[in-house]
Design a protein around this ligand. Structure first.
Ligand code: TYD
Length: 240
């Protein structure tokens, strides 16, 4: 099995955390002033959905209003785009054209779910966003990266997440977690494609964009959740 080359400074960001009860705001509720848009990214089968559910539970316990959502999807028409993209195995879309569908779905999702939630003060926890489009579709725009950037920017209107958590598992771990799950179109693509996706996320860790946090996804579920919540709290306080 081919692995992403190079060492990845992943666990440097989150190593060990105090139990949730000892976090400063467990007794002093946080200032809910800063509304946060938080995105969870990574390859298929890295455990994003589990963490979104866990973090959502913690936010609920803390009385922080929030929504959880996902891409592609999040509204009924965008979920229809998701089905059109993920389950047309016999007649797949050209990779470049997927960007148009994803952008349309994202624009709908932003207009009708994400922006209204942020405007009324709800935090948004979103399973995938623009970094997935870079990881999975950017390779189709090698000859015209400016066009790719323009489409992605058109869809978001420049809105960027406050925090993006990128989950990493090595290829062997990821595949063994996915064993038995039926593949969608993206997951059934060849190994080179999957390798490029993994390499994209791994390379980001070497030169992290602002607001990105890289997580070694094979840590215990509770440890990861605490790390994520702790980072969100620090961000809210302006510490990171
Ligand atoms: P996901 O919901 O993470 O699927 P699963 O829970 O089954 O792992 O993501 C669905 C697929 O959509 C995933 O293979 C990545 C792909 N995708 C893109 O190719 N481009 C994008 O911009 C987005 C948001 C997702």
């Amino acid at each position: 099995m081919q692995e992403v080359s190079g060492s990845i400074p992943l666990s440097s960001t989150i190593i060990s955390f105090p139990p949730l009860g000892t976090l400063p705001w467990a007794t002093n509720p946080p200032d809910h002033g800063m509304v946060m848009f938080v995105v969870f990214e990574g390859g298929d089968g890295v455990g994003k959905s589990t963490q979104i559910n866990q973090v959502s539970r913690v936010l609920t316990q803390r009385g922080i209003p929030h929504i959880t959502t996902r891409e592609p999807g999040g509204t009924p028409p965008a979920e229809a785009v998701r089905r059109a993209l993920l389950y047309e195995k016999d007649q797949p879309w050209p990779l470049w054209a997927e960007v148009f569908l994803l952008a349309a779905a994202r624009a709908h999702h932003l207009a009708h779910v994400i922006r209204p939630a942020l405007a009324r003060g709800d935090w948004v926890l979103c399973d995938r966003f623009t970094e997935s489009t870079r990881a999975y579709q950017h390779q189709a725009y090698a000859e015209n990266p400016a066009l790719f950037d323009a489409i992605v920017h058109q869809a978001t209107g420049g809105l960027t997440p406050d925090l993006t958590f990128v989950f990493h598992l090595n290829e062997g771990q990821r595949l063994s977690r996915r064993a038995g799950n039926p593949d969608d179109c993206f997951e059934s693509r060849n190994h080179d494609f999957q390798h490029q996706v993994a390499a994209h996320f791994a390379n980001l860790a070497h030169n992290p964009p602002a607001g990105y946090v890289f997580l070694q996804a094979d840590q215990p579920i509770g440890t990861l959740t605490q790390g994520i919540v702790d980072t969100m709290t620090a961000k809210q306080k302006g510490v990171v």
